[in-house]
Write a protein that binds this ligand. Structure first.
Ligand SMILES: Cc1ncc(COP(=O)(O)O)c(C=O)c1O
Length: 403
């Protein structure tokens, strides 16, 4: 078994985020305080101490996650579907990062083959590799609105393909795998007996596609195939990364039991205080206002980013995101990709703006790409783009390009 390689995005954020004056790298919707969450809620009688006290005494609590939180999640996965998802089919984890890790650890063994939708969060490739799997990347195509090609997926499957990993909505592109493609993937995976894992941590932050659209993507759990797993958390769409609360949900109870077997060794239980905040956020009194705040923030800020791209279209291009919090922007000069690491380091040093170099985060095939996180507070995004504009005017011509 290989050891885990450095997690390049996390290292970059750790190094550059604390000293950035203008954070255009953040992938969480502008994070809320408990008071901010209470102010959004329709439950005007609730107080911070009510939330804390709902966690009662500070024992380990319910090992797999509190009933209140799992009931709320069960309700969310059960709307508009024929078969509700039982709370027992959900495990609470410390964030989606732990959820993904547990799924891989529970299911993948030496010699397995895994296919992973790409580009995406590095973890989804390197963890199964570290467990001895061969991972092949199923590439989204920038020229096709970041859609991957279904025929390519079919050709990639082998006799030992254990898992197909999707990230929907996708980090870093902000694209979605549309319903019509998901239907094909599900039918195909079912015919081959392959398990589908969908990292849905950016769900349901849809701001450029309407739920009325015939291709609006449902959760992977809502598509009638038992061997599906969704991971998610409160971090991105719900603006509460600090409570480190995520989940694994599956239609297949056997998968949940396998994950729990591993989870007993790593987690015992998740903080009761964190889960109390999460339950409050996902309760019917709060979730609607919370999501509409974040979707509105995404729409407003994406218009600012879009204006920036249009204004600098000589150097920048992108496929406008329809969901999530990130945009993947290509910077070129004289038809050559800019050295994105040099750009991001210089803009941090000279203008205090945090961005993420695409090749560092997602590999050499993304030379010239830069990931923006644009669902921070509007004032931060506005000021950051203004500083970036000034930087571009003064410094862009001197940046190295990739040969
Ligand atoms: C696709 C994806 N999955 C999982 C995570 C981990 O999120 P968390 O552990 O905060 O839920 C991230 C964080 O950036 C992500 O982008």
């Amino acid at each position: 078994m290989a050891r885990l390689p450095p997690f390049r995005i996390e290292q970059w954020m750790d190094e550059y985020q604390p000293t950035a004056k203008h954070d255009l790298g953040e992938t969480c919707s502008a994070s809320l305080s408990i008071d901010g969450l209470l102010a959004l809620s329709e439950n005007k009688d609730a107080t911070a101490s009510d939330i804390l006290n709902s966690a009662a005494i500070q024992d380990y609590g319910e090992i797999r996650g509190t009933t209140a939180l799992r009931n709320n999640l069960s309700r969310l996965y059960s709307t508009k579907v024929g078969t509700p998802l039982a709370p027992d089919n959900i495990l609470i984890t410390p964030g989606a990062i732990a959820a993904n890790h547990l799924v891989f650890y529970a299911l993948i063994k030496d010699g397995d083959h895994v296919i992973c939708h790409w580009p995406t969060y590095q973890q989804l490739v390197t963890v199964p590799e570290s467990l001895g799997a061969v991972v092949d990347k199923w590439h989204s195509k920038p020229h096709d609105n970041w859609l991957p090609d279904f025929e390519e997926l079919k050709a990639m499957v082998k006799d030992n393909t254990k898992l197909i990993v999707l990230n929907n909505p996708q980090n870093p592109t902000g694209a979605v795998l549309p319903k019509s493609l998901l239907v094909k993937i599900i039918d195909f995976a079912e015919s081959k007996g392959i398990i589908l894992l969908s990292d849905e941590v950016y769900r349901p932050l849809f701001h450029g596609i309407s739920p009325m659209d015939k291709d609006f993507p449902p959760s992977i759990l809502s598509m009638g195939y038992n061997n599906t797993i969704a991971t998610g958390s409160l971090s991105k769409a719900y603006a509460l990364a600090g409570i480190r609360t995520g989940w694994i949900a599956s239609r297949n109870k056997d998968v949940i039991e396998k994950c729990q077997l591993t989870r007993d060794y790593t987690t015992i239980s998740v903080s009761k205080l964190d889960q109390a905040v999460a339950s409050f956020a996902l309760s019917p009194d709060t979730i609607h206002a919370l999501l509409s705040r974040n979707i509105q923030l995404a729409k407003t800020n994406l218009e600012l980013l879009d204006r920036f791209i249009v204004k600098h279209d000589e150097f920048c291009s992108y496929v406008k995101p329809v969901a999530g919090t990130t945009a993947f922007v290509k910077f070129e000069r004289d038809g050559k990709p800019i050295d994105a690491v040099a750009l991001c380091k210089a803009v941090h040093e000279k203008a205090g703006v945090l961005l993420l170099p695409g090749d560092l985060g997602f590999g050499d095939e993304f030379k010239g790409y830069v990931r923006f996180g644009y669902v921070n507070q509007t004032a931060i995004v506005k000021d950051g783009l203004e500083e970036l504009r000034k930087f571009m005017r003064k410094e862009f011509d001197d940046l190295p390009v990739c040969e």
